[in-house]
Design a protein around this ligand. Structure first.
Ligand SMILES: *[C@@H]1O[C@H](CO)[C@@H](O)[C@H](O)[C@H]1NC(C)=O
Ligand SMILES: *[C@@H]1O[C@H](CO)[C@@H](O)[C@H](O)[C@H]1NC(C)=O
Length: 310
């Protein structure tokens, strides 16, 4: 009995404190709005007031700081001339990426018990894919790692990518016995060990579900067997051997090989020769025989070596 009485009492107190009227209430039917770039965006804001006949309507946009969109009956800043208001609902015409962000509809009703109400709306501006930029090497050597890249930085939401070879889609690598790997998020098509059968015309398609997908211009990639740097390196080695032979002949004639002390100086000299040649080729790693004895090529080198030994 006591509990029931106290409950009744609290209800009575509540009724006395809050008059049975509705204070200003503000709400939106769409708190998240997504529209394509260039289309119109409707930012819904609805309200009910208690007594106030002339509530003040304000719209603000929050970027790094808060700016007015609609204030004292006019659209402000870059919204002037391209926005309309009906009730408190705003329609923005031809939205661009700059319009994306958080908006706030504020209603003040000075005569109401609760004088201020607000609602937030997030506007997302979607951007259809642009023609992606494709980075496709024109040639590569059999067995090497090759990456083809595709990127469209502008689309919102970010695009996903698919690759085409000779106008045929390359199936996602996990479905095929594929020698390649496609990452649809980064747009990278990677061949771990490229082979001659991978030669072909490659292109890439960017899609994000907003507008039509866009494809980059196809580019031919040719895979070759001939390892030209290796051939060049082989020729260099043959030349070094020949020089070595001639040098060795002279060295022998001058009796260098018979002197123990002298021998130790041959090796740095040999390295020097090999190093200069390989630098010219930019292929130091392809030099198979750096231990090869390459003695000095001309008499000046001999003099130098000699002075060293003295
Ligand atoms: C609207 O967002 C602001 C911050 O930007 C926040 O302070 C406020 O509480 C939000 N209002 C509602 C009704 O969610
Ligand atoms: C997968 O590769 C193996 C050998 O590498 C081959 O014999 C087989 O036919 C391939 N399967 C498909 C579905 O391509």
């Amino acid at each position: 009995m006591m509990e029931k009485a106290s409950l009744l009492l609290s209800i009575v107190i509540l009724i006395i404190q809050c008059p049975p009227t509705i204070p200003v209430t503000v709400f939106t039917s769409r708190p998240k709005v997504e529209v394509r770039e260039g289309a119109d965006a409707v930012l819904s804001c609805e309200f009910k007031t208690e007594k106030e006949q002339n509530p003040r309507i304000e719209w603000k946009k929050k970027d790094t700081d808060v700016s007015f969109v609609y204030f004292e009956g006019d659209f402000r800043g870059n919204f002037a001339g391209r926005a309309e208001i009906e009730g408190a609902t705003v329609t923005l015409r031809r939205v661009s990426q700059k319009d994306a962000g958080q908006y706030r509809c504020e209603i003040s009703a000075p005569l109401d018990t609760l004088t201020l109400g607000e609602t937030n709306i997030t506007l997302k501006v979607l951007v259809p894919p642009h023609t992606p930029s494709c980075d496709i090497p024109s040639s590569a050597l059999t067995g090497s790692v090759v990456q083809l890249r595709c990127r469209d930085r502008q689309s919102i939401p970010p695009a996903t990518y698919s690759w085409y070879k000779d106008d045929q889609p390359l199936v996602p690598s996990h479905l095929a016995n594929a020698t390649y790997k496609i990452n649809p998020m980064t747009g990278i098509l990677e061949f771990r060990t490229v082979s001659r059968t991978d030669t072909g015309q490659y292109s890439c398609l960017a899609s994000n579900g907003v507008g039509p997908s866009k494809m980059c211009e196809g580019k031919r990639m040719k895979i070759d067997d001939v390892n030209i740097p290796a051939v060049v390196a082989a020729v260099v080695v043959i030349c070094l051997v020949a020089i070595c032979g001639v040098g060795g002949f002279y060295a022998h004639r001058n009796g260098y090989f018979t002197r123990q002390k002298g021998r130790s100086f041959w090796i740095p000299q040999c390295h020097g020769v090999a190093h200069i040649s390989s630098q010219n080729l930019h292929r130091t790693e392809d030099m198979p025989n750096t231990n090869y004895c390459a003695p000095p090529q001309n008499p000046q080198d001999f003099k130098h070596t000699q002075s060293f030994m003295l």
